[in-house]
Design a protein around this ligand. Structure first.
Ligand code: GLN
Length: 483
């Protein structure tokens, strides 16, 4: 049953093909069997079985919510009451969250059964899951390659069918890029659509949580439970949540797809370009119209992001001071020693690099030159998207410049690593929703197609993704050894 989608499992539970307790036990067994992937930081076996039992009782009443009894797992960036919430860092290795993130709370209420917490890049900084204090995650498609990051544990676990769905977060690509590299479906919602309360902040103006699943149909089901206004998050938007499953089968006849010429220039290798072209052709067959668009400021996205994100993270991570929670050094001689050694010991290299860059960019004298400048570029990029989205319904392109790269291949060169997000980062700067869906293979490694939509057009994205999944089977492929 582990190859089934959430939608299929929900039917099976109602048909009595298996109970949630059986389902949960079977996924827990798979998680134990595949520890070589290193996708989980914490497995909450006992808790999961208790919740599954309650789910079975709810299912027996006949009116339990749709996701009742469905096993999932959370990226370890979401606070889970009474359960370690490490954010992939030594700094929070001893942190037991005293409350639930809103996303966790909502998915609990929707009836899901959480099996544990998933590995990730430290504080969500990375594109390969190699910055985790708990070690690299292995891509189930090729164990010597990375699963992408920062939601690498989520992507690897869903791809290996250790869970049918997971939560992830995306600040510059962290849902879409690992989804692409692991051959699954990932959705980064519009900024403000999903509450950030209890989601450990990396870059607050960019962070957004979203679902990672096998199919668009499942992404719709998970997003339905996750989305909505939250008075505890001042950036969450008070706007009705539509029925995300309702329009999945709408026809794509006359859909206008924009292809930014900047996505398809010399930077994109031939294999990747031809996979994307094949995918676009499927859309043409479904009646879509292709329109070239231009977004001249896209090339500035990486430099702008790598000022804004570090600036925000340097402020956000200042709360990890060894005093209130998290790692504390032994026998500090005075307060400064406590700060310096606790932070020095608790944070990894990439996190320290970002804090230094961010502190520099925000310091007097450099603030105007770097931070204000980056914010101006951010506006130009948003305007590029706004203009393009007046002409077209969705924009398509690659997710990542290459399929999964080797473990260790880019760790010595941060700039190389940053370029892994060249096609995803601009979308966060603009605050738009976007998806990655499986769209083929290069050298037996999955690649993703990116679909970008207008603000709050998640329903449109899901429709466009679902229709593609009706005529292709990339999303059904399972890595060897995990079928
Ligand atoms: N790879 C990007 C970074 O390191 C994006 C990470 C993310 O989306 N959380 O900042």
């Amino acid at each position: 049953m582990h190859t089934k989608t959430i939608a299929q499992l929900a039917k099976g539970l109602r048909a009595g093909d298996y109970s949630s307790q059986e389902l949960t036990a079977s996924y827990l067994a798979r998680i134990k069997q595949h520890t070589e992937l290193n996708s989980f930081i914490t497995v909450t076996e006992e808790q999961a079985l208790t919740v599954a039992k309650q789910a079975d009782m709810a299912l027996a009443t006949g009116n339990a919510p749709l996701l009742t009894g469905i096993p999932i797992a959370h990226k370890d960036i979401f606070c889970t009451q009474g359960v370690k919430t490490s954010c992939g860092s030594k700094m929070l290795d001893n942190f037991i969250a005293p409350y639930n993130a809103t996303v966790v709370e909502k998915l609990d209420t929707a009836g899901t059964v959480s099996l544990g917490k998933l590995n990730m890049d430290e504080f969500a900084m990375g594109s390969s899951n190699e910055t985790s204090f708990y070690g690299a995650v292995h891509n189930p498609w090729a164990s010597n390659t990375v699963p992408g990051g920062s939601s690498g544990g989520s992507a690897a676990a869903v791809a290996a069918r250790l869970i049918p769905g997971a939560t992830g977060t995306d600040t510059g690509g962290s849902i879409r890029q690992p989804a692409a590299l692991c051959g699954i479906t990932g959705l980064k919602p519009t900024y403000g659509r999903v509450s950030r309360f209890g989601m450990i902040a990396y870059a607050s103006s960019l962070d957004q949580g979203g679902p990672m699943t096998q199919t668009a149909e499942d992404a719709a089901l998970m997003l339905q439970a996750m989305a909505g206004f939250d008075a505890q998050d001042s950036t969450s938007v008070e706007r009705e949540v539509p029925d995300y499953s309702a329009g999945l089968n709408n026809s794509l006849q006359g859909l206008k797809i924009g292809l930014p010429k900047e996505f398809f220039d010399d930077g994109l290798n031939n294999d990747m370009a031809s996979c994307i072209e094949t995918a676009i052709n499927e859309y043409k067959k479904m009646g879509a119209e292709i329109i070239e668009v231009s977004m001249p400021n896209l090339k500035l996205a990486i430099p702008a992001y790598y000022v804004i994100a570090p600036a925000e993270c340097s402020a956000n991570l200042s709360r990890m001071d060894g005093v209130r929670f998290g790692h504390r050094c032994t026998d500090p001689v005075d307060l400064n020693d406590l700060y310096i050694r606790s932070r020095g010991e608790g944070f990894g290299t990439e996190v320290k690099r970002r804090i230094l860059v961010g502190t520099y960019a925000l310091s007097e004298g450099y603030y105007d030159a770097y931070y204000i400048k980056a914010q101006k570029i951010r506006r130009l990029i948003s305007d590029d998207f706004k203009r393009a989205l007046q002409e077209v319904d969705v924009i398509m392109g690659p997710v990542s410049p290459s399929p999964a790269f080797g473990i260790g291949e880019k760790t010595s060169d941060p700039i190389e690593m940053y370029l892994a997000d060249i096609y995803t980062i601009a979308i966060n700067l603009a605050g738009l929703p976007a998806m990655s869906i499986p769209a083929g293979f290069i050298d037996n490694k999955p690649i993703g197609l990116q679909i970008i939509g207008n603000y709050f057009a998640e329903d449109k994205l899901l429709n466009v993704a679902h229709q593609y999944q009706q005529v292709t089977d990339w999303h059904q492929q399972t890595p060897q050894g995990f079928a």
